[in-house]
Design a protein around this ligand. Structure first.
Ligand SMILES: C[S@@+](CC[C@H](N)C(=O)[O-])C[C@H]1O[C@@H](n2cnc3c(N)ncnc32)[C@H](O)[C@@H]1O
Length: 275
């Protein structure tokens, strides 16, 4: 990918168009929560965010709104946004017929555009959440610049991402039949050939999606140094893996890796010196 394409917005436009085309499929797969969401993402986010009824919460890059609805069901006042109009339409359709005293405020907002983030309102949110999207956003500088401004002074920002150490395009599943033990067993491996220098490329999020989408791998130091540079500190982290020890027939699945986390969840706050 040429730097010019990134700078002139070509990639951003293509990325959005791909998400528009993948949105209906994504919605059928995620629905009100697939295994990844219900077993890994949601418990980790709930643990770190600890949302309280009446709080004002922003869900950035909300997709079909699966987590926004959960927050609203818990009594939070939720603003949920995504840069894909198709996803926002789907999310709103899922609200049809629901009578809430705290309706979700769904908006089309590009999280890579500072002016659009600014319009969400300074100092307005007790908490901001961004699930499984930071690695999909072409430029995350505006997000890390604006999240601290959008939050109340004591606000918390919780994000989940594909674990940058283990879950990326240059980490591949491998398995081996060990016949030296009785009974023979299949051993699962993860082969990581790169971490620091993976270029942006298109990849698969959910098996069967109509089109590969852009992914912008960022090592942990890149993500966290951005947050630290914008006055935040990290005070919580979780690395959820699928529980249990059973092996699934479908060999190359994260459900077989009980001690390697496919997801990383972190909580950031404004550093005390910036309050
Ligand atoms: C993997 S999906 C996650 C969706 C949702 N948060 C969830 O957990 O199901 C990534 C989402 O990021 C959104 N996205 C990508 N780039 C974005 C941007 N620049 N601004 C806002 N949303 C963006 C996509 O439209 C998509 O909904």
């Amino acid at each position: 990918m040429a730097d010019t394409e990134r700078q002139d917005g070509t990639i951003a436009r293509q990325a959005r168009a791909i998400w528009e085309r993948n949105s209906a499929f994504w919605d059928t797969q995620v629905g009100e929560g697939n295994a990844f969401h219900l077993e890994l993402i949601r418990p980790a986010v709930e643990g770190l965010l600890a949302p309280r009824p009446g709080e004002s919460v922003l869900d950035l890059a909300c997709g079909n709104g699966v987590y926004a609805r959960d927050l609203a069901d818990q009594g939070c006042n939720v603003v949920a946004c995504d840069f894909s109009r198709a996803f926002i339409d789907i999310a709103m359709k899922r609200e049809d017929g629901k009578r809430r005293t705290n309706p979700i405020d769904y908006r089309v907002v590009d999280a890579a555009e500072p002016e659009q983030l600014a319009q969400l309102g300074r100092g307005r949110f007790d908490a901001v959440v961004c699930n499984m999207s930071i690695m999909d956003i072409v430029d995350v500088n505006p997000l890390f610049e604006w999240v601290p401004r959008l939050m109340t002074p004591g606000g918390r920002f919780v994000f989940t991402i594909m674990h940058p150490c283990f879950n990326h395009s240059e980490a591949v599943f491998a398995s081996e039949l060990d016949e030296q033990v009785d009974p023979p067993r299949i051993q699962h491996w993860l082969k990581v050939s790169n971490y620091l220098d993976i270029p942006p490329r298109k990849g698969l999020g959910i098996e069967g999606q109509p089109e590969l989408h852009y992914s912008f791998h960022r090592p942990l130091s890149e993500i966290l140094n951005l947050a630290f540079g914008h006055g935040m500190v990290m005070d919580g982290i979780m690395e959820p893996a699928f529980p249990g020890n059973e092996t699934h027939d479908e060999r190359h699945t994260w459900a077989n890796y009980h001690t390697i986390p496919p997801v990383l969840a972190a909580r950031l706050r404004l550093a005390a010196r910036n309050l």
